[in-house]
Design a protein around this ligand. Sequence first.
Ligand SMILES: [Zn+2]
Length: 306
Amino acid sequence: MTVTESAYPDTHNSDDVVIGALALGGQVRAYASRTTQLCAHAQTIHQLSPMAAVALGRLMTGVLLMADQGLKSEPDTITAIIHGDGPLQGMTVVGTGHQTVRGYCYQPVVETINKRPGKLDIAAAVGQGTLTIIKDLNLKEPYMGKVELISGEIAEDLTYYLASSEQTPTAVSLGVLVEASGVTQAGGFMVQLLPDAKPETVDYLEQRLAGFPEVTHLMQEGFSPSQILDLLLGDPHIQFYNPKPLTYACTCSRERMEKNLIALGTHELTELANDPKGINLECHFCNTHYAFAQGDVQKLLTELAT
Ligand SMILES: [Zn+2]
């Protein structure tokens, strides 16, 4: 990573972006992102109701921040799975080391529940449940951690996971604003104390975070991710890394679907091959349909046998 020279390297356009920074004498690292376009894209392809769009948007934004911090190479992935007993039922989100994300809600249309006028009650849609994080760094075994949901508002749940499972004191803030036209603002930040952080720095950060405006509010005022970090950390010597573009991207393909079918094994595949209608598979992450005629399935069965 190279440290950039310009004061705010992410202000020249409004594309989705993540930016990292080092501040307060190297005691704090921070990440901020703008994810408006990818959250709007997810809402469109999955036809999400406002509650689902906000919940999924928050989790995608959070996973992208964690991916920027924790993944080292492009094929690495972080998968976040939320299971809840609320109407949303849950979500799965995958972020990659290539700054892409994909995700879906198990129940894309849920009724709007307001906490107060104009403020959606996401915790009520998620309910009680668990958050599982699978970090695949392409080593022997992926790392897996699982915690109870402590809030259901997503940012607090990721904060709790990072503190309890990864022992990293972190503050996470995530925001997705949905208006009648759909998602209009989305983004977030993540601030982490490095192991040599002094107690004064901890106090200082707590004061800065208390009462800090909501990310979407600052974005509406025209703040870029780096400007949000600057405002939060109040350090004239903050160093920004180069911003990286973020996109919604799926990795599915016909070949992958064939592999999934083969992985079912001879018994199940034989049953499927007996259906003259063939089979239709759909990717949950991007809703692409893959049609396999009976002959295609029989061919896979032959491949499995050889
Ligand atoms: Zn797909």
